[in-house]
Design a protein around this ligand. Structure first.
Ligand code: SAH
Length: 233
């Protein structure tokens, strides 16, 4: 099959100064990847011959939906990039009571497209052939209602500084012995979850999980969990 690469991908090929007959790897986000040979390089368009498909899969052994309290600009961008590299399946930005960033309407749509583009670029960079999906932001109550229907069996963790939260190690141990391997991971924004939000999460079956004695930044905490899950192999 001969394919004209979409503009962003074509630019990538141009910047890398690839030549006709060079081989590249393509993916369409639906799993697996393809080798393709460059046929023609125009000024802005690149045509390739798609050759073989390989069913390689680079996902985590766990399907992780990260519910992150929405955090301010670059830090949220950073979180999306790292969550993609580390294998989260989905990110649901939570409009938490203490979220500094509040978005509505057109600005919310633009931000969502911006975040999704970060996930695509990070997938390309790290060789992940499925793309993390960024969902439109919801309040915690709305997210909890939706999850009751769409993910009733997922394990639920809330990253919490409360005394008595179980260690990440013990949370992971209880995971590996139980099916299904789906986790919803809720973490707070810069100012943390409000006591009401935390109580609502607990009432909805979220188990408090601690990452130790230091207060981590909102973008650090979920990354620590994803890297621990990735390290399980
Ligand atoms: N000032 C806030 C701190 C928020 S830190 C407060 O006192 O609540 C942002 C989020 O990261 C927290 O809401 C929590 O979900 C997560 N987090 C940070 N450090 C953590 C730790 N040591 N263990 C578990 N979760 C942590």
């Amino acid at each position: 099959m001969i394919l004209s690469l979409p503009a962003g991908t074509a630019r990538h090929v141009q910047v890398r100064r690839l030549q006709p007959n060079d081989v590249i790897t393509l993916f369409n986000g639906e799993g697996g990847e393809y080798t393709a040979r460059i046929q023609h390089m125009g000024r802005s368009d690149v045509q390739v011959q798609v050759e073989t498909k390989s069913e390689v899969d680079r996902e985590l052994p766990f399907h992780v939906s990260l519910w992150s309290g929405m955090i301010a600009n670059e830090r949220m961008d950073w979180l999306l990039e790292k969550a993609t590299e580390l294998g989260a399946a989905k990110v649901l930005p939570i409009m938490a009571e203490r979220s500094v960033l509040k978005l509505k309407g057109e600005r919310a749509d633009k931000k969502l497209a911006h975040w999704q583009a970060i996930a695509v670029a990070a997938s390309e960079q790290c060789g992940r052939n499925r793309v993390l999906q960024v969902l439109p932001a919801l309040s915690l109550s709305a997210a909890l209602m939706e999850a009751t229907e769409t993910a009733p069996l997922a394990h639920r963790w809330v990253l919490s500084l409360a005394k008595g939260a179980q260690s990440l190690q013990s949370a992971i141990t209880s995971l590996s012995s139980l099916a299904p391997k789906a986790v919803i991971l809720l973490s707070g924004p810069e100012g943390g979850l409000s006591p009401e939000e935390e109580a609502r999460a607990l009432a909805a079956g979220f188990k408090p999980v601690s990452l130790g004695t230091r207060v981590l930044r909102a973008e650090t905490a979920p990354v620590a969990v994803l890297s621990a899950l990735g390290a399980l192999g």
